[in-house]
Design a protein around this ligand. Structure first.
Ligand code: MTE
Length: 317
């Protein structure tokens, strides 16, 4: 099946406003006498003080460090895939409208007992730490991020899943009045992702609550997102409201739209091209440098063992 639906990650880079243009526009406005007016505008980040701000910066776990320089925060916060707010990279201003307090997180399905947590109670229960991780998008760009959060395995422990739980399904908020992308009815909202229980409890699987030493920005998936550094970025679901333990393999947002191009496993492999482009190299979004992509995005020692018995599965798409 040929998918003709528009996808931001397939639009040519020239159609997305690069950060340098965005920044120049602000500088030009300021130089032209609009500086006062701009500084008088409310800063949404400052106006809405995060009730967990005192938890940051969290101690860095030195086990998860990398050889590449950290992507500058301003680059990262302004170059995002978040289809709820638009199919291009410049969604940061639109995402600022997302109300992230109050925010409830539900844990249900095959668990001893269903639980609902207010986000601040959940974050305060967890041992926060900082980890430097690579992030590789299926579109062949990459970045390096100092995430703060906790192991997904700790959330699994808190959830107390039953023995027949084989998968963890995660779901993003549904607020079409705030996130206008959700009015595009040809997409299967809400955004859904899923992992096996073995993946969910692998030490690398990380629930993100912060980045760059403070609560994570809305454009990057506040107040709670996933990061799976060995998989293509679309598996790392943002702004999660629900974790469901299930015995059925979840169908994710992109798998639903194009199963022949975006599979359930989506493990990074430079030797398995996407049907329409090579995955051999990646572009660093900060430096534009072209870098060879590594198997499992460089994390094979942690995760290769999860897949040794799954030789019949399309593990790399
Ligand atoms: N989660 C939701 N809810 N909506 C999205 O559109 N995009 C995914 C993933 N999680 C997406 C999402 C994709 S394609 C990528 S590459 C990463 O988020 C991007 O994360 P970043 O914007 O922090 O770089």
């Amino acid at each position: 099946m040929l998918i003709k639906r528009p996808r931001g990650w397939e639009i040519p880079e020239r159609l997305a406003t690069p950060e340098s243009v965005y920044l120049n526009r602000r500088q030009i406005l300021a130089a032209g006498g609009f500086g006062l007016a701009l500084s008088a505008l409310p800063d949404p980040a400052a106006a809405e003080t995060d009730p967990t701000a005192d938890l940051y910066p969290a101690p860095r776990n030195s086990k998860y460090t990398i050889e590449r320089p950290v992507t500058p925060e301003a680059t990262n916060v302004n170059y995002n895939n978040f289809y709820e707010f638009g199919t291009h990279k410049n969604i940061a201003a639109a995402a600022d409208a997302l109300p992230i307090r109050p925010w409830e997180v539900k844990i249900d399905g095959l668990v001893e007992q269903e639980q609902t947590f207010a986000i601040d109670d959940l974050i305060r229960k967890m041992p926060l730490e900082e980890r430097l991780y690579r992030h590789r998008c299926v579109e062949a760009w990459s970045m390096t991020v100092p995430w703060t959060g906790f192991a997904l395995a700790d959330l699994v422990k808190l959830a107390k899943p039953l023995g027949d739980a084989a998968y963890l399904r995660m779901e993003t908020f549904m607020m079409p009045d705030v996130a206008s992308g959700q009015k595009q009815i040809w997409y299967p909202w809400p955004y859904v992702e899923g992992v096996t229980m073995a993946e969910a409890t692998n030490e690398l699987a990380f629930i993100v609550t912060g980045a760059y030493g403070k609560p994570v920005a809305k454009s990057m998936g506040a107040p709670l997102r996933l990061h799976l550094p060995w998989k293509y970025g679309f598996k790392s679901i943002k702004s999660i409201v629900r974790f469901t333990f299930t015995d059925e393999r979840p169908v994710s947002f992109w798998e639903d739209l194009g199963p022949e191009e975006y599979g359930f496993w989506a493990n990074v492999n430079p030797e398995v091209p996407h049907p329409r482009w090579s995955q051999a190299m990646e572009r660093d979004i900060a430096t534009n440098e072209s870098i060879p992509t590594k198997l499992f995005n460089g994390y094979a020692e942690y995760v290769a063992g999860l897949y040794t018995d799954l030789t019949d599965e399309p593990l790399y798409m």
